[in-house]
Ligand binder design. Structure first.
Ligand code: NAD
Length: 332
């Protein structure tokens, strides 16, 4: 039975799941597969080398699906600062109506997208940033707990407390993000007041994900203990896969007074991309969340979302039975 929430209504999707932006992973094949399966697929703008290349990626995605999909634009420190405004303009001109924004100082970008009548989902890791985004007029927040892959911010608050705070404090709807990879996580997100869930690492490990099969198998074989935080000392914390390169970065940071230049060659995105292309998990830095501990298979996006829908219904039904047992009933 479909899970109808304000998210499914707002975006015109069947399953309340967004495939979050992922550098080198959010390409047409994956975004279209997620949208075709009933969720919201997301193209990651900066994965494309230029705004014109993003235009082509949008057209390619449209050939693969007639369902809605979105574009992620993430504003974080970069070795080569991207033309954010150019990417946004290209996507708007190509008719994209849903955007996931994330990162630092998103005001100008959000104002532009809202002025163009787009739906903006802003991803952030603190309630105070969520409130600022609300003031900028975002339609939806994606509240990202400390469990997440990539950049969790610097406050280190886990999803359970962050989502419970979000439902108390925020006026616009939110999706839960970070550490969600199965029906229990999605059902828990809904119970916490979210209108759906954002999943990243889970979608990396699907048939349509563009990364090398070895890396998908590595995710299946890994546990929630296989990530590490880098960039803590630079206040740009990122949760990444624990491998030789990330441990070397942590060791350099531990020595003290590390500058970005000291680790730049180790952490470059261009090097990390080779991991996904060659299948060597130790070649560079790659993002992964602790949700790896919950991932045991490599399904198609269709299989994944169908299973989520079915199991969420079972979990919610099961909870009702647990809550109203004859013993508890007599005490009511
Ligand atoms: P990159 O090669 O420019 O940088 C690699 C990593 O180093 C990134 O995590 C970046 O934030 C960090 N970094 C760069 N300069 C820094 C500095 N001066 N101080 C501290 N940290 C610094 O990154 P890339 O892999 O080519 O990605 C391009 C952009 O996309 C980066 O800004 C990255 O953070 C961002 N990103 C987006 C997503 C997404 O979901 N859309 C995911 C991961 C990263």
């Amino acid at each position: 039975m479909p899970i109808s929430t304000p998210l499914t209504k707002m975006l015109g999707i069947r399953v309340p799941v967004i495939q979050g932006g992922m550098q080198w992973v959010g390409v047409p094949k994956l975004a279209a597969a997620v949208s075709e399966a009933g969720g919201l697929g997301i193209l990651t703008a900066l994965t494309q080398p230029s705004p014109d290349a993003l235009r082509q990626a949008i057209r390619e995605t449209r050939k693969l699906t007639s369902k809605p999909f979105g574009v992620n634009i993430t504003l974080l420190p970069s070795i080569t600062p991207p033309d954010y405004a150019g990417y946004a303009r290209a996507a708007v001109e190509e008719g994209v109506r849903v955007f996931e924004t994330a990162g630092n100082n998103p005001g100008t970008l959000i104002k532009y997208l809202k002025s163009q009548g787009c739906i903006v989902v802003h991803k952030c890791t603190t309630i105070r940033h969520a409130k600022s985004a609300e003031k900028l007029g975002v339609d939806l927040l994606s509240i990202d707990g400390f469990e997440c892959a990539g950049h969790p911010g610097e406050d280190d608050v886990g999803g359970l407390v962050l989502m419970a705070r979000a439902i108390r404090e925020l006026n616009v709807p939110f999706v839960a993000s970070g550490g969600i990879a199965d029906a229990r996580g999605l059902a828990a997100s809904l119970a916490l007041g979210a209108v759906g869930a954002n999943m990243g690492t889970r979608f990396m490990c699907t048939v349509e994900s563009p990364i090398h099969q070895n890396i998908k198998e590595k995710i299946v074989a890994s546990t929630e203990r296989d990530t590490v935080h880098i960039f803590r000392t630079l206040h740009n914390t990122a949760r990444v896969y624990k491998n030789k390169v990330s441990m070397e970065v942590v060791a350099i940071e531990k020595r003290g007074n590390a500058k970005f230049e000291d680790i730049r060659d180790l952490v470059s995105g261009a090097r990390g991309r080779q991991v996904y292309e060659t299948g060597d998990p130790d070649f560079g830095i790659w993002s992964a969340g602790i949700a790896m501990g919950l991932i045991n298979d490599i399904p198609t996006c269709e299989e994944l979302l169908r299973t989520l829908e079915k199991e969420v219904a079972e979990i919610v039904g099961g909870l009702q039975q647990v809550i109203v047992t004859p013993e508890t009933k007599s005490k009511l």
